[in-house]
Design a protein around this ligand. Structure first.
Ligand SMILES: Nc1c(C(=O)O)ncn1[C@@H]1O[C@H](COP(=O)(O)O)[C@@H](O)[C@H]1O
Length: 167
């Protein structure tokens, strides 16, 4: 699924539909900042051939950053990173059994040579993955740089406008 008519520049993938509740926060940041992106379920475990194809074709399709969310034995981000030179941002989805510690460690503890940029567990990680992907693209895109600056200014203003935590 592609968000706009423009070709996607960020791929948001996740191991299962059940991850969408978390990963929609990455997608909504990208939408808010005007980053063309696509969203798809791809699983290293359940659809390994699709995972290889996705990673191998991503560069030629114009994808510049991949955001990959997975929970439990979260091999998806690492396997994508193994198959593409694109930056891969991993979002550990909070698992029921171990609260996402399993997801976090299996995404973060990559062997030297195959990096995955690992974010925080859950919603905050997904939001920040969207922001980080945008920041990468903004290095060469003044419109996205301006959109990011405006986002940060709005965030600051919201805090300044509501300083009393009781109200
Ligand atoms: N970690 C992975 C991978 C993968 O790493 O490729 N594929 C699915 N999963 C994870 O399994 C969890 C449970 O999935 P189900 O809810 O479909 O049973 C999800 O959090 C998913 O990311």
């Amino acid at each position: 699924m592609t968000s706009t008519a423009k070709p996607p520049r960020v791929g948001v993938v996740m191991g299962s539909r059940s991850d969408w509740e978390t990963m929609e926060h990455a997608a909504s940041v990208l939408t808010e900042l005007g980053v063309p992106h696509e969203v798809q379920v791809v699983s290293a475990h359940r659809t390994p051939d699709l995972l290889f194809r996705y990673a191998e074709e991503a560069v030629t399709r114009g994808i510049q950053v991949i955001i990959a969310g997975a929970g439990g034995a979260a091999h998806l981000p690492g396997m994508l990173a193994a198959k593409t030179r694109l930056p891969v941002l991993g979002v550990p989805v909070q698992s029921k059994a171990l609260n996402g510690m399993d997801s976090l460690l299996s995404i973060a503890q990559m062997p030297a040579g195959i990096p995955v940029g690992t974010l925080a567990i859950g919603r905050a990680g997904a939001v920040n993955a969207g922001l980080l992907a945008t920041a990468v693209l903004a290095l060469n895109d003044p419109a996205l740089a301006a959109a990011l600056d405006a986002y940060r200014a709005r965030q600051t203003q919201t805090v300044l406008d509501n300083p009393d935590p009781r109200s």
